[in-house]
Ligand binder design. Sequence first.
Ligand code: F6P
Length: 366
Amino acid sequence: MANHARAIKTIGILTSGGDCSGLNAVIRAVVCRAIEFHGWRVLGIRQGTMGLMRRPVEFEELGMRIVTSNILRMGGTILGTTNKGDPFAFPMPDGSLRDRSDELIEGYRQLGLDALIGIGGDGSFAILRRLAAQGGFNLVGIPKTIDNDVGATENSIGFQSAVAVATEALDRLQPTAASHDRVMILEVMGRDAGHIALTAGIAGGADVILIPEIDYTLESIAAHIAKVRERGRNFALVVVAESVKDTLGQKVHRRHGGGGTTYGGIGHRLGEEIAAMTGAETRVTVLGHVQRGGEPNPIDRLIGSVFGVHAVDLVAAGRFDRMVAWQNREVVDVPLADAIAAPQQVDPDGALVRTARGLDISFGDG
Ligand code: F6P
């Protein structure tokens, strides 16, 4: 991977992939460290890599006004982002796919950047690394995703805030479930990992947690709900991760207006089947993008700030093709290749699954 030894004067920053809470805290920290301590210019690129593809290149110079503003507390990303449009296979209006990577690299050159800080998940990092190799530019990555599936880091920006939202949803579902003697099913995001479901499920007192990493049967879920009833409780809380398979072994997808397909719908399928099998009245809540928006919680603000400062210092030290990471209560950095080698799923034998089982929470596999 290229490492241009010239002195750093100007860096670019972009947010890529799905947004989440805490991105602005990262941007703020990068701007502060780069300008105040290193005397560099910071150019914020609009809409992820898309901004470098457009002409004129879409960017704004970020100044210390960013640091003194209120963005630490703000959800979303002030730079905008996209989770569509792979520049190596960019969808054109005629339906064809075109490699537009050269245009994007040319955009990087036009800005006179000496390095780029990319805030993204594994998909974005794979694209950015390829671009960096092809264009010979210097790249440092900062992990973000509510799914927390980036490897080599215990925390990605946005995960903790999403967990807080999902936990609050369970807190709100519990009293209404108890009032109506209902089984409440909460479908949460997480792509192919069950981290949000598992973490919020424990924190929010779920009875059943269904994650893609552990296979379930309806019979086992029904038996657990029966046990809950025998103990005198008239309601139950079930959390299901969006990529859990249905009883036919299929992942459930939803096609969206305007394009795009995501996971979604397993909650409603399970709700019907649990009702049929247990006789319980069920209601389903699909939390959706509520998990991505809103103010970042304190941990995301904190780790975002730590990551931003460390990423700038990696650039200053000429240590590129690396990703900042959170390990054992410390910020560290790891090769980007290691971080994206494999998605980080829930360890079915890990501490959180063991804890849940110790609390008699069912994974539907008993
Ligand atoms: O990767 C983040 C995530 O929120 C996933 O949990 C979810 O499956 C997906 O993005 C939703 O994507 P979109 O923003 O395109 O609806």
